[in-house]
Design a protein around this ligand. Structure first.
Ligand SMILES: Nc1ncnc2c1ncn2[C@@H]1O[C@H](COP(=O)(O)OP(=O)(O)OP(=O)(O)O)[C@@H](O)[C@H]1O
Ligand SMILES: [Mg+2]
Length: 362
């Protein structure tokens, strides 16, 4: 039985603003599910509906088999950690963590044991008697997480918990969250983030939300390697996957596509769905393009380069005037600007889409 089961869950604000429809999702115990998607797509709304902070306007939410739609937040066995960690400034770390348990009139010995356990997991043992103002941003966020851990919830919900931290602290706290999850293998977590690296590194599965629904659910590598549609293909990975329009000119062992921009692409994808003459978009990730002289997929003029040290991003103008192609080549490449460049890709790395959907699915 799934720990959390969402069936046709929908959300309409004020009877008219339609935000989410037909969300179907099973989450197993011990998973760390990450919600990603464009700003305003409903990530926080979905999380808040699971927490019970927002009314579910359609469908059902079950936790361990029991329908939760009308169960108050405190009785769902869920704890939520927000982006802005509102600690009580006049209470110590220990008192902040004890707060909810004291309100719930738990015995002192139980509260102490819960705090000792949480402080150990979060490495806050040396800070228990400090006030929040004497802590760094990352330590405060850990206290906020500690307040959830002491309640020993079945499910943890995180809404962009690291987005207020600077870059270095984000990385450190991200690793702490990964360790936290490892130390609590049976706890189920749902985590909302804008950060691709957080999503790719933390998630057991990623849920991509778009256009009021789920665009795809899969492990991070499934989404990266086999996106179901153009939206997911371009949303996961940075810079985004290049899409080049063209027409299928050969099917069989391989699919061959004449690109509008002039070159020829060869894809290892062969399905019933690939028909001669069919209009497709050829998708190639910037990191899958290589400089080549024989049968290039693409030739163009380098407009701009960005040297990132380990890799160089090459922005190439398309002969047909379409959107620039981006290649990510290993190492440092100087003096390419204004030069002609020929790029190719391994057929196993070439994706094909028709009407926005992957042909692999056909
Ligand atoms: N109380 C409300 N009344 C009406 N519309 C709302 C309300 N709260 C949120 N919305 C709308 O619902 C949509 C989803 O909002 P939500 O906050 O869930 O998005 P999000 O994916 O979390 O975005 P972000 O990445 O910017 O945090 C938005 O279009 C928003 O304007
Ligand atoms: Mg949000």
């Amino acid at each position: 039985m799934a720990e959390l089961k969402l069936t046709n869950v929908a959300k309409t604000y004020g009877g008219s603003v339609d935000v989410l429809r037909d969300i179907n999702l099973d989450i197993e115990q011990g998973e760390l599910i990450v919600f990603v998607g464009p700003s305003g797509c409903g990530k926080s709304t979905l999380l808040r509906m699971i927490a019970g902070l927002e009314k579910i306007t359609g469908g059902t939410l079950e936790i361990e088999g029991a329908v939760m739609n009308d169960v108050p937040p405190a009785q769902r066995g869920i704890a939520m950690v927000f982006q802005s960690y509102a600690l009580y400034p006049h209470l110590t770390v220990r008192e902040n963590m004890a707060f909810a348990l004291k309100i719930a009139k738990k015995p002192k010995a139980e509260i102490d044991a819960a705090i000792t356990r949480a402080a150990k997991i979060l490495q806050l043992e040396d800070y228990l008697d400090r006030l929040p103002k004497a802590l760094s941003g990352g330590q405060r966020q850990r206290v906020a997480i500690g307040r959830s851990i002491v309640r020993d919830p079945k499910v943890y919900l995180f809404d962009e918990p690291l987005s207020n931290l600077d870059a270095a602290l984000r990385v450190a706290t991200r690793i702490e969250i990964a360790r936290l999850k490892e130390s609590m293998p049976d706890s189920t977590m749902i985590y909302v983030t804008h950060d691709q690296v957080e999503a790719m590194t933390l998630a057991s599965r990623i849920v991509v939300l778009a256009n009021k629904g789920i665009a795809q659910v899969g492990t991070p590598l499934e989404l990266y390697e086999t996106p179901d549609n153009e939206f997911v293909a371009q949303f996961i990975g940075s810079p985004a996957m290049n899409l080049l329009p063209g027409e299928i000119i050969e099917t069989g062992q391989m699919t061959r596509i004449a690109l509008d921009a002039g070159g020829t692409a060869v894809s290892a994808i062969t399905t019933q769905a690939s028909q001669l003459g069919m209009r497709v978009n050829v998708g190639v990730r910037p990191e899958d393009l290589t400089q080549t002289d024989d049968t290039p997929l693409f030739q163009g003029t380098v407009d701009f380069t960005e040297a990132l040290g380990e890799v160089t991003l090459i922005y190439v103008d398309r002969p047909d005037g379409g959107e620039q192609l981006i290649a990510k080549l290993p190492g440092i490449h100087k003096g390419l600007r204004g030069q002609a460049i020929k790029l190719g890709a391994n057929p196993t790395k070439v994706h094909l889409f028709a009407n926005g959907q992957s042909l692999r699915l056909g």
